[in-house]
Design a binder for this molecule. Structure first.
Ligand code: CAA
Length: 327
């Protein structure tokens, strides 16, 4: 493994005060908690930008699978000449894997939590991180909807807790939605903003309200598509084609729901429903049923579409092939 002695950040960042500039240049080790789709994508971009990355998960099999995914995704970049083979090798060598949280975070300058979207789990992780990390460490969450203020309140350092919400696929999507908790220090927000730019992303700062901006707007659209399907207004293909060709979305809302994971969509809708107390955010019954039955989209092999490993064909799941289908 290539262990750098110093931060990869050498640039003088325009508009930063001297203190934030210094903080940015001290960032060297990034620990990512969780090696699933978002976690491995986050590790990918940090390693490619020259940081030492500690990828932590509860089992080694998941970590090995994540390294394989990162390598495969870097190969796509090499094939497109977006990365040289040498840069790929160096980036991969900067990632080390851990199953022990204490080891993974003991030198971390920043930790990014990318575990399952579950409040109890995130609170538990942040309580552990608060105990195990050096005092200087910034604790960021990649949560897609859970309150940063709430997560921060379970730590002794709420000023250093912030949302750093990447989009899937992380190496491709430009946005980082930065979420200011009620207690987040302004200096920490400025630092995460500058760090996101350093990673080649475009950061947008928002305040801590249920679903923030991205999922407050995206998820009700997806839920509405599921309600329209549930009511038999149109079939899966028609709904997705209308949104793809009519609104120039790269994926239709039902395909996107499969891509995000129906369990994640369901938990985000529940956060919106509970957080705002408004009926308009109630998750579609069909969404709840599919989650209960284990039809979670790409990750389980079936959602609104059926996924066959190695195939790029988009095939509507059999139960939705009958156009007059209703629940
Ligand atoms: N790593 C690296 N590169 C990748 C990649 C990955 N994981 N996935 C795709 N790519 C690259 C491909 O190599 C390709 O590169 P070039 O443009 O240089 O050729 C490019 O991305 C496009 O990929 P494909 O040709 O395979 O397929 P596509 O054109 O259908 O694009 C897509 C795939 C980028 C995923 C596109 O369909 C898309 O933008 N979909 C919508 C994604 C979206 O909305 N994401 C947000 C989800 S919501 C979220 O993440 C937040 C939340 O909280 C729920």
């Amino acid at each position: 493994m290539v262990k750098s002695q110093e931060s990869p950040v050498k640039i003088e960042h325009a508009g930063l005060n001297e203190h934030t500039q210094k903080m940015l240049q001290q960032l060297k080790i990034v620990t990512v908690i969780g090696s699933g789709t978002m976690g491995n994508g986050i590790c990918h971009v940090f390693a490619q930008s020259g940081f030492d990355v500690h990828m932590m998960d509860i089992n080694q099999t998941a970590l090995d699978k994540a390294i394989g995914t990162i390598e495969k995704n870097m190969d796509r970049q090499v094939a497109k000449s977006a990365l040289t083979d040498d840069q790929k090798k160096k980036a991969l060598s900067r990632i080390s894997t851990y199953t022990d949280m204490a080891e993974a975070v003991k030198d971390a300058d920043i930790v990014i939590e990318a575990a399952t979207e579950n409040i109890d789990l995130k609170v538990k992780i942040f309580q552990q991180l608060d105990k195990l990390c050096p005092e200087r460490t910034i604790l960021a969450s990649n949560t897609s909807s859970i309150s940063i203020t709430r997560i921060g309140s379970f730590t002794g350092r709420p000023g250093k807790v912030i949302g750093m919400h990447f989009m899937n696929p992380v190496p491709v999507m430009k946005l980082v939605e930065i979420i200011n908790g009620y207690a987040t220090d302004k200096e920490v927000t400025n630092l995460i903003h500058a760090l996101s730019e350093y990673l080649g992303k475009v950061p947008c700062i928002v305040n801590d309200y249920p679903g923030f901006i991205s999922n407050r707007i995206l998820l009700p659209m997806i839920n509405e598509a599921i309600l329209a399907l549930q009511e038999g207004v149109a079939g899966v293909e028609e709904i997705d084609t209308i949104m793809k060709l009519g609104m120039a979305h790269p994926m239709g809302p039902l395909q996107l729901a499969d891509f995000i994971g129906l369990d994640t969509c369901y938990s985000i809708m529940n956060v919106l429903h509970m957080g705002f107390g408004a009926q308009k955010y109630a998750p579609a019954t069909l969404l709840g049923n599919m989650v209960q039955a284990g039809y979670l989209g790409v990750k389980s092999g079936e959602g609104f579409y059926k996924y066959t490993p190695g195939s790029k064909d988009l095939v509507v799941a059999e139960r939705f092939q009958n156009k007059s289908w209703k629940i």
